[in-house]
Design a protein around this ligand. Sequence first.
Ligand code: SER
Length: 317
Amino acid sequence: MKSRILIIGACGQIGTELTIKLRQRFGNDKVVASDIREGSDALMNSGHFELLDATDLEAVEDLIFRYKVDTVYLMAAMLSAIAERFPAKAWHLNMTSLFHVLDLAKEQKIKKVFWPSSIAVFGATTPAVMTPQTTIMEPSTVYGISKQTGERWCQYYHDKFGVDVRSIRYPGLISYTTEPGGGTTDYAVDIYHRALKHGQYRCFLQAGTTLPMMYMDDAIRATIGIMDAPSEAVKIRSAYNLAGVSFEPEEIAASIRKHIPDFEISYEPDFRQAIADTWPQSIDDSEARNDWGWQHEYDLDAMTKIMLKNLKPKYTH
Ligand code: SER
């Protein structure tokens, strides 16, 4: 019986925690991690690992065949800020890898696909407050365009070929296990590291830039939640809006000051400000809540407490 899960891009910020969680749930042998590079010790030592270029169809197919994979989580992608530096490379990675996995599902070589979308699908013309599920989408970044296009292809493969693909639009994700790589929302992770290391942080977004964010445990629960849902409950096959908390840099600084009273934040916005300015401030995720029972748990202060507690040992000698 085919029954393994393959995670492509397992060593990134989401992939690392997703792999560990799925291994705890289904058993180490059942979850195959793959990435272009090796990952954390916890990931490398807890089960199968294969080096994999997500754009190499033959290599992906070979892994699926060898490990009897029936479910793929495609987490490999170039994020918003870094994709602006390498547009062609980002487009190639983000789109080619998706087409390969969708085609493998169409050919019934796998049964189920998870592919992450993002708040980056929205743009300057989108209503920014409580952004609805269905609204104007004119993304201005390479990353956003790739995610919006990907969403349409997911819906298309589902409607035309019956592919069981599921997706959510992640907000900015905050975690301590693996650092994010090249996103616009990454300041909300960096700030905790700097607070512990230097007691101060120079923010690359300006004061007042409110963005939707989420603690990683919530994001992982949402991911597993939508994959667990019965097929008929997943009514949207592009991607679901998903909301956790929304805050601006001053608010996260205030939350940190409850633990580190002298913490100081200053502002030096760079090119990422222009990206953040086109993204929503808050998200209406009622469809996800209604269709497959999504509920977030962590607010800003709960997240701050966990982040500081877990990062502290790294900076205490
Ligand atoms: N966190 C991502 C980024 O900033 C958004 O999907 O690129």
